[in-house]
Structure formats: structure tokens, C-alpha cells
Design a protein around this ligand. Structure first.
Ligand SMILES: [Zn+2]
Length: 502
């Protein structure tokens, strides 16, 4: 009896696991399915801040020369319909991603079970699909994104075989496979690091709206003062994760740095991704730059880098849910921002670097009150020099950035933004990420050396700002004035000697 109960519990939990995983859909998708029935799906923009993230869509159905349009809204966390006249209470065109064999999903017509994997070619991309079956019926879903590529769909009591024929989406994770960061693989990598080194400690600082962990990987003594590097607060900006991974790999195998961290009681903390849902949304998306807003933000369309609790209420961030810089309904309304600020509250931070892309340069913060902080300026210039980037000064109070929070709420002097890369490509991925291996290596190496310098060499106990040496132009002016003065003295002396009155 007990055994049966146990089996029941296990079965229930397997079903529950598959069921409780979210689906990832954003506005502006167009999916055209053809076959026995023609379906055209348009995903719609939000009209307000969704506390429980959802996607609303319009589906045009063409069958026997008649065309009808249906509408419906589905919760991202469950894939369940919450409103509308679409005939599916569980959305059949997109399912949770990364499902295992023998996963089950309850659709309107009953349970479908995953029975295998199949590789197919779509639009030139080799896609790994997971096959779901129910009797002789089957469906092939992209395993990495959950999108239906081909299969039987039920519609008003009948089954129709359909196939994805055209879409405005691009398989970002395949097209840019060497430069894309996959959340699942990132998690596997971080866990492996945690297992392999005694001085590496991985933990989750909190979960995203859709339940993905935000990771903190610490290298060095647990109680140490922290040098914090955070990345990917904006979904498409995964270059920050790439360079962090490169630095982590170099540092964990460098005994000098590890010993130095231990002796100086300093730890390096890599927090990533700050926006796991945005990262996941960016896997499959329209490639044009105008659509980057919906993958930049979190599942509730909030720009997390405008959601912190200092200078939240400025004009520099938008109150429009569809804006790329939407600040959310209130400061710290988003769990990702809360996770970061509560983690940081318990840390003795000596420096924070927030990695971004879309610009070039190091943003040096002004100190509290807007005064130039000499130390921040000195360190910021040092970082810029080591990264071969320009530097510029951030505005005094701009918006509720993570950096603003670190300076004004946490009282940190050394809080920097590094903008690693940009390009003028019309494709958002290429604007926010490098697509050349040599460029990636170059940026990664510079970043590693910079972090290694602060971890190993920089004297945190005795910070000295060197006196500025006079520049050449200043030297030239001083010399010129000296020559003029000397000439005048000589002239006066001569005039006096010749008897002129002065
Ligand atoms: Zn950014």
C-alpha cells in the first residue's frame, strides 16, 4: 500500500513539475502554420502591468474557405487560458522548455506524453525537437524554446496536422550559438564550478518572476569583503556573462590570485544573470532592433535597471509598460531587484561593477551630492585604461539604476558601469553582443586582467591617489610664461642701463 502511495506521489510530482514550468512568449510574434487547417498567430502588446505575467494573442483560423479570428490570454507560469474565446484551455502551440522524456502535459483532450527526440531542419536551422504523443497522434516541439514546429492540433472536436511554415522569429540561440548564453547550460556550468573547487561557493540570491534562480558565484573566503560583478540585467546583453565566465575560468586555476584573495580577506562575487527571464526570452525573438525592448525587460515588462529604490520617480524612466525603459509600478516592485538589494545588504562591498552593452565606456559615478569623487575618478580611469575604453561621468541623479542604488542607498564610492560593446547593426543581437571569436577573446582577456589586478595587486588597505603629474601642455605654458618673464626682465635691465626711466 505504502509503495503505491509513494509511486502515486512520484507520478504526481513528475506531472506537477512539467506543469509548473513556465512558457516563454513575448509580444510581436507572428507564427504561420499551414496544413489541414491554416493558423496565423499574432501575440499582442500588454495594455497594463501584469502582476501575473500573461500573453494575449489573436489567432486567425482558416478552414474550408471560412476564416475566423479568436482571441485569448494565457498565463506564462502555467500556459493556462484566463480569458478569451480561443478553444484551448491549455495553449498547445508553446509548451515549457527543456522537458525530459516521459513528461506529461494535460491538454483539453487529455494527457500527452513525451516519447523521444527528433532533429529537424527548419529555415536552415537544425532544431532538436521533443516528440509528444497521444495514441497515434504526435507533436514536435523545439526542445529549447517549447515552440510547436509540426503536429496534430485539436480544433472543435477534430484533429488537424499543421506545420510551422513562416514566422518573424529568429532562432537566436542557434544562429549565434558561439556567442549566445543559454540559461540552462550556464546553471550547469556554475554548479560544476561549485563542485570542483573548495574556494568556490554558488548560491541563489532569489528567483525571477518566472521562477529562475539568480546566481551568485563567490570565489575566495566566505566572510571576505566583496568585489561584486553583476551582469545581464538586460536580457540581450549576455556578453557580460561571457566575459565573467572567461574570468572565472582563469581565476579559479590561478593559485596566486586565490592565495591573495585569502590573505587579504577579499572575495570576488559574480552575480548572473540578473534578469534570467529576459535572457530566456531572448532565445527566440524577432531579430530587428525595434523589438529588443521586450527581451530586455523582465516577464512583467519592467526594465530592472530602472526599478531600484533611489530616484525612481524621475522623468528619465518611463511609466509606459510598453517602453523599453519602463520603471514598474513602484520601486523594488520586481523580485529580481529585491533579490539583488537584499543580497547586497548583507555584504561588505568594496567595489561593484555592473556589466552592460549597447555603448562603449566606463561610467564613473559622482559622489553623494554630485561632487567629483577623486577616488572613484582615479579607479574609474584605471578600469577604462585597462579595458581600453573611454570613460565618462554619469549624471548626478539619473534614474533608479543599480549603480544609483549602490552609490546613494548602499553608500558605495566605487560603483561602476562598464559598457563593453556596441555596433550599429540593425539586429539587436549584433548590437549588444560581439559576433567574432577574436573580439570576444580580446574583451574577455582585458576584463580578466582588470579583475585580477583588483583581486591580486591593488592595495585595498592603503589606497593612494597619485598626485597628478603636470601634463605636457601645462609644462609648455609654464615654460612660455617663464621665457616671456625672463625676456621682459632682460629688456627692463637693458633699458635701465641705457638710462631710460621706468
Ligand atoms: Zn544594459
Amino acid at each position: 500500500m505504502r509503495r503505491y502511495i509513494l509511486i502515486l506521489i512520484i507520478l504526481a510530482s513528475i506531472g506537477y513539475n512539467a506543469y509548473s514550468k513556465p512558457i516563454y512568449v513575448r509580444p510581436n510574434w507572428i507564427l504561420k502554420y499551414t496544413g489541414d487547417i491554416k493558423l496565423t498567430v499574432y501575440t499582442l502588446k500588454p495594455t497594463s502591468y501584469p502582476i501575473d505575467p500573461k500573453i494575449c494573442l489573436e489567432v486567425e483560423v482558416e478552414l474550408n474557405n471560412s476564416r475566423n479570428t479568436y482571441k485569448g490570454c494565457y498565463l506564462l507560469k502555467t500556459g493556462h487560458r484566463i480569458s478569451g474565446n480561443l478553444p484551448w484551455s491549455v495553449f498547445p502551440l508553446i509548451i515549457p522548455r527543456y522537458l525530459d522524456l516521459n513528461s506529461s502535459i494535460e491538454f483539453d483532450d487529455g494527457e500527452w506524453r513525451s516519447t523521444g527526440f527528433e532533429y529537424i531542419i527548419f529555415k536552415g536551422y537544425g532544431i532538436k525537437t521533443i516528440v509528444f504523443s497521444r495514441g497515434k497522434l504526435y507533436r514536435l516541439y523545439d526542445w529549447n524554446t517549447g515552440l510547436l514546429i509540426k503536429g496534430y492540433i485539436s480544433f472543435s472536436g477534430k484533429y488537424y496536422l499543421i506545420e510551422l511554415n513562416d514566422t518573424n522569429l529568429e532562432w537566436i540561440y542557434i544562429r549565434y550559438r558561439n556567442f549566445y548564453v543559454d540559461y540552462r547550460n550556464l546553471t550547469i556550468y556554475l554548479m560544476e564550478m561549485n563542485r570542483s573547487y573548495t574556494y568556490v561557493y554558488l548560491h541563489s540570491i532569489g528567483k525571477s518572476v518566472l521562477g529562475n534562480d539568480i546566481w551568485a558565484l563567490e570565489i575566495g573566503p566566505r566572510s571576505g569583503r566583496s568585489i561584486v560583478v553583476s551582469s545581464c540585467i538586460h536580457g540581450p546583453e549576455m556578453l557580460g556573462i561571457k566575459v565573467s565566465i572567461y574570468a572565472i575560468n582563469r581565476i579559479v586555476s590561478n593559485k596566486t590570485i586565490i592565495d591573495s584573495l585569502k590573505n587579504r580577506n577579499i572575495k570576488l562575487v559574480f552575480i548572473m544573470p540578473l534578469n534570467p527571464d529576459g535572457l530566456e526570452f531572448s532565445k527566440l525573438a524577432p531579430p530587428e532592433r525595434e523589438y529588443r525592448g521586450y527581451v530586455r525587460k523582465n516577464a512583467r515588462y519592467v526594465d530592472l535597471n530602472r526599478n531600484f529604490n533611489f530616484s525612481w520617480n524621475t522623468q528619465r524612466a518611463s511609466a509606459d509598460v510598453n517602453a523599453w525603459n519602463y520603471k514598474g509600478p513602484s520601486p523594488l516592485s520586481e523580485p529580481e531587484a529585491v533579490a539583488f538589494s537584499s543580497y547586497i545588504a548583507g555584504e561588505d562591498v568594496i567595489m561593484h561593477i555592473d556589466l552592460h552593452t549597447g555603448e562603449y565606456g566606463v561610467v564613473i559615478p559622482p559622489a553623494y551630492g554630485g561632487k567629483v569623487d577623486k577616488l572613484a575618478e582615479y579607479i574609474g580611469k584605471k578600469i577604462a585604461e585597462m579595458m581600453n575604453l573611454p570613460y565618462y561621468r554619469g549624471s548626478i541623479i539619473s534614474a533608479a539604476y543599480l549603480q544609483t542604488y549602490m552609490i546613494y542607498q548602499k553608500g558605495l564610492t566605487l560603483a561602476f558601469i562598464i559598457e563593453l560593446h556596441t555596433s550599429d547593426s540593425p539586429r539587436w543581437f549584433e548590437r549588444y553582443n560581439v559576433i567574432s571569436q577574436s573580439k570576444l577573446n580580446d574583451i574577455s582577456e582585458k576584463f580578466y586582467k582588470m579583475i585580477a589586478y583588483f583581486a591580486d595587486e591593488f592595495d585595498w588597505n592603503n589606497i593612494k591617489i597619485p598626485e597628478e603629474e603636470p601634463s605636457y601642455s601645462r609644462l609648455a605654458i609654464v615654460t612660455l610664461i617663464a621665457i616671456i618673464l625672463a625676456a621682459m626682465i632682460v629688456a627692463i635691465y637693458r633699458m635701465a642701463k641705457q638710462g631710460y626711466r621706468v
